[in-house]
Design a protein around this ligand. Structure first.
Ligand SMILES: *Cc1c(COP(=O)(O)O)cnc(C)c1O
Length: 387
């Protein structure tokens, strides 16, 4: 039978207890979720500012759909680039401080458009070992295009410098997450940027978890570190996390962005996102820009959680962001702890290898500005009881 091999592999996944399943939410993304009629506090989403369920954004989406229709009808370079998209691009460029930006339907596609488009034969890519899966796939594509790829140990600037110093590549491209998605820690961007300057390299930054959260007005990790909108930086940000909608952008110099527009296959060969999404994002950007109160609440909840979990026997990784990983180590113990929390009405996902290194299975606690003081206390109390 044609399916036999797949069945065998699926059985193997089941055997090792790694079968993944989806939970169906009966409510919009928010502070609480209803699953199979059960109400749980949601510590699983990336909706860090609580904007996914924001009614003003939903209103902008509905009005955008009535004005611009449901679909864009084509890719950006054919006839799918509507006024709503153009407006969003301009606003993102202005907000991030770069001369120009392009928007994408997803962050995955945005990452595929950057590194493999810049890097070809004779070029070299230098990537952090803990980069997001979409950056890893981008790296594989760059390799297929003939580029050499080297991975440096997580945040190891000395190792990165050695690789750069030894490289004779025509173009060098450094690729890093700004905030690492399973650890919540920051890349040392000022040091990495200094290396990019010293070795004349491009610096590709994935700010999926910093955009909207860090820096003045939520401008992101570059703002947090007070780094300039340098022409050697390509800044990617996703719009389905803190921004609460969906999609992504890449911002950079006018030349670099024009180059991606002309040559980025995952920009060119895909239908432009529905224009109403761009309208919703324009509203979301406004809320982010004026969102100091949301960010203050988020930071207060993060501090509260860290203080509350300080005495726990489990290790809370050092993270100042909304991603708060609690290391359990053993896969089964992590799943059991996640299940026990679920039974108490607390949704905290267990993250296991291969998503994280072996022996570092963890609970990935996502804090949101939508959480209350009481929500965080409930989680702290439950974790103290269970560990
Ligand atoms: C979520 C994420 C992406 C992918 O973005 P999508 O819009 O969900 O496709 C890329 N990079 C990082 C670091 C992410 O966390």
């Amino acid at each position: 039978m044609i399916e036999d091999r797949l069945k065998a592999e699926l059985a193997e996944i089941a055997c090792t207890g790694l079968t993944r399943r989806r939970r169906v939410l009966e409510t919009p993304c928010g502070r609480m979720a209803t699953v199979d009629g059960k109400n749980v506090l949601n510590f699983a989403s990336n909706d860090y500012l609580g904007l996914a369920g924001n009614t003003n954004i939903a209103q902008a989406l509905a009005e955008g759909a009535l004005k611009w229709g449901a679909g864009s009808g084509a890719s950006h370079l054919v006839s799918g680039h509507l006024g709503a998209h153009e407006q969003l691009e301009k606003e993102i460029a202005e907000f991030t401080g770069f001369p120009r930006a392009l928007t994408f339907s997803t962050g995955y596609l945005a990452n595929l458009a950057v590194t493999p488009t810049l890097a070809g034969r004779g070029d070299a890519v230098f990537a952090d070992k803990l980069n997001h899966a979409s950056l890893i796939d981008a790296m594989q594509l760059a390799k297929a295009n003939g580029a050499e790829v080297q991975r440096y140990p997580h945040n190891d600037v000395a190792a990165l410098e050695k690789m750069l110093a030894a490289s004779t590549a025509a173009q060098k491209i450094i690729v890093t997450d700004a905030v690492f998605s399973m650890d919540g820690d920051l890349a040392p961007l000022p040091l990495i940027f200094a290396l990019a300057e010293r070795y004349d390299a491009w610096l590709v930054i994935d700010d999926a978890h910093g955009f909207g959260i860090l820096g003045p007005h939520g401008k992101g990790s570059l703002g947090h570190f007070n780094l300039p909108a340098s022409p050697r930086i390509l800044l990617m940000g996703t719009l389905g996390k803190a921004a609460g909608v969906g999609g992504a952008f890449v911002a950079g110099s006018a030349t670099a962005i024009e180059y991606l527009l002309q040559k980025g296959r995952s920009y060119i060969f895909t239908t432009a996102q529905p224009p109403a999404i761009a309208c919703a994002l324009t509203k979301s950007l406004q809320l982010i820009r004026n969102g100091d109160a949301l960010r203050a609440n988020l930071m207060a909840r993060i501090g509260q959680l860290r203080d509350g979990l300080a005495g726990l026997p489990l290790k809370l990784l050092p993270s100042m962001t909304a991603i708060q990983p609690l290391i359990v180590g053993d896969n089964d113990a992590t799943v059991a702890l996640s299940k026990a929390l679920w039974d108490q009405g607390l949704w905290v996902p267990a993250i296991r290898p291969p998503t994280v290194p072996k022996g570092t299975a963890r609970l990935r606690i996502s804090v949101s500005a939508a959480h209350t003081d009481a929500d965080i206390n409930q989680l702290i109390t439950a974790l103290k009881e269970l560990t």
